[in-house]
Ligand binder design. Structure first.
Ligand code: 5GP
Length: 114
């Protein structure tokens, strides 16, 4: 299977601003930020989408949340709040087929525009 762009970031083949890395997940700044803070937290395992998760992935998926909370605090946005988004598939607006959570904050975010 060809490596996803996020696997290349995790491996360091593609440069990025890595904020966190452990055995299960990696976090880095989004290349096209939609808010003052926009960080992606991805599973190291290249799960294509939520439609491909298995029970064996639950530890890594839970880690996305604990790392989101840790980074929100480091970024100083934990008290004001933030948004976590996981896009799924074409209708969900998912562009990169490697499961990831968006951490967005640093300003009051508008409500969903749909
Ligand atoms: P999706 O639409 O799949 O939920 O989100 C993909 C995100 O990945 C987008 O916000 C996009 O800006 C980000 N992205 C795409 N390519 C790269 C890259 O090469 N480096 C980084 N840091 N982010 C990327």
């Amino acid at each position: 299977m060809e490596e996803t762009i996020f696997t290349k970031i995790i491996n360091g083949t593609i440069p990025s601003k890595i904020l966190y890395h452990d055995d299960l997940v990696t976090a880095f700044a989004d290349i096209a930020p939609k808010a003052p803070v926009h960080i992606l937290i991805v599973t190291n395992k290249p799960i294509p989408s939520v439609e491909h998760v298995e029970s064996e992935d639950e530890l890594a998926l839970g880690r996305l949340f604990t790392v989101a909370r840790k980074i929100a605090k480091e970024q100083g946005i934990n008290e004001d709040g933030y948004r976590l988004i996981v896009n799924v598939g074409e209708h969900g607006g998912q562009e990169v087929p490697h499961i990831h959570m968006h951490l967005l904050g640093g300003k009051k975010l508008s409500n969903f525009g749909f």
